[in-house]
Design a protein around this ligand. Structure first.
Ligand SMILES: NC(=O)c1ccc[n+]([C@@H]2O[C@H](COP(=O)([O-])OP(=O)(O)OC[C@H]3O[C@@H](n4cnc5c(N)ncnc54)[C@H](OP(=O)(O)O)[C@@H]3O)[C@@H](O)[C@H]2O)c1
Length: 303
């Protein structure tokens, strides 16, 4: 289907469609909410803290709910046509009940999966823990009898917010595996693809591998964030053990993810250099944003 036909279909759908956005207070979900509102669809946002989520704008219907308690999702799902599903767990254990709840209400699920999922491998064969849980959720959705679109994004640019405290405190960012190359993605671009898949025809049973436009090491990333802020920032390499201690001491970083992150970086150093895809532009008509653009958009988060 051409982009014009897909957009015409979208115009018809938006008038009568209600979309549930899970993870609506997160990096990607917040953007999905904002971009969906701009299309004219009714947006229902799920959060565990409905009163303090800051989602009460533009007519968003805010609902309290926890994906760990899918029976409690029934109220949030009433009258919903389509859903954006983000997966906040490091296990797929709650997924059968969540997918069951969704299938009773929605015609299409857009799933925020992960670039860690490798094609052609069953969930239990996936080498990366994040790939295992997300592949298992993908498979359940595919078997649920609803339409689906899987988004498999590369590393989020928002991960660099882990450095915000160090950047506020000085001009040096300390970490391990500075040479790891990544094709960082702006959350607005992931959301833009999600929104097209939620409101247009032509995305059913599609798996989209999404990347940003450029491959950058962590050393490059620190420099570029500095340039966007008019500062000279530099990377200082730590050993894995030093970086591990630093992350464990960081209250904002989940202890349970420290080894997964560092193992992932070690594997990425040995893996073939990542390649960029054209999928963001193919689906949305706009090239993915650069890290420099992301850093400009988020400059206030580092001050
Ligand atoms: N970071 C990366 O580089 C990367 C790369 C590829 C894929 N991913 C995947 O992207 C997802 C993370 O997306 P993100 O960065 O947008 O999220 P995020 O900013 O980390 O936000 C987490 C969201 O999850 C919600 N949440 C947490 N526990 C929940 C629960 N039990 N029930 C319902 N909602 C819950 C939170 O909502 P409330 O607190 O409001 O309830 C919040 O909106 C993960 O699945 C991750 O594997 C990440």
């Amino acid at each position: 289907m051409g982009r014009q036909a897909a957009m015409d279909g979208a115009a018809e759908r938006t008038a009568e469609c209600t979309v549930l956005v899970t993870g609506a207070t997160g990096n990607v979900g917040r953007q999905v909410v904002t971009q969906l509102l701009a299309t004219g669809v009714r947006v229902r946002a799920l959060t565990r803290s409905a009163d303090s989520a800051g989602l009460s704008y533009g007519g968003v219907e805010v609902r309290a709910g926890d994906l760990a308690d899918p029976r409690g999702l029934e109220d949030a799902l009433k009258g919903v046509d389509r859903a954006f599903l983000m997966w906040p767990f490091h296990t797929a254990a709650p997924a059968p009940a969540v997918v069951d709840a969704l299938r009773g209400h929605v015609e299409h699920v857009v799933f925020l999966s992960s670039g860690a999922v490798q094609d052609g491998l069953a969930p239990e064969q996936q080498p990366h823990p994040v790939g295992r849980s997300h592949a298992a959720v993908e498979r359940l959705i595919e078997g649920a009898g609803v339409g689906w679109t899987h988004l498999r994004p590369s590393t989020f640019a928002s991960n660099t917010l882990w450095w915000a405290d160090q950047i506020r405190a000085g001009d040096v960012v300390r970490g391990a595996y500075g040479a790891v190359p990544m094709a960082l993605l702006h959350e607005a671009d992931i959301a833009a693809v999600a929104v097209r898949a939620l409101i247009e025809d032509g995305h059913d049973q599609a798996t989209y591998t999404l990347t940003g436009p450029e491959v950058l090491t962590q050393v490059d990333q620190v420099r570029i964030i500095g340039e966007a802020m008019g500062r000279l920032l530099r990377w200082e390499e730590l050993s894995r053990e030093e970086a591990r201690e630093q992350l464990l001491a960081d209250d904002a970083f989940p202890d349970s993810f420290v080894d997964t992150l560092l193992d992932g970086y070690a594997e990425m150093l040995d893996a073939p250099r990542p390649v960029t895809t054209t999928t963001v532009e193919d689906v949305t008509g706009s090239a993915p944003r650069t890290l420099r653009q992301w850093a400009v958009d988020h400059a206030a988060d580092f001050r």
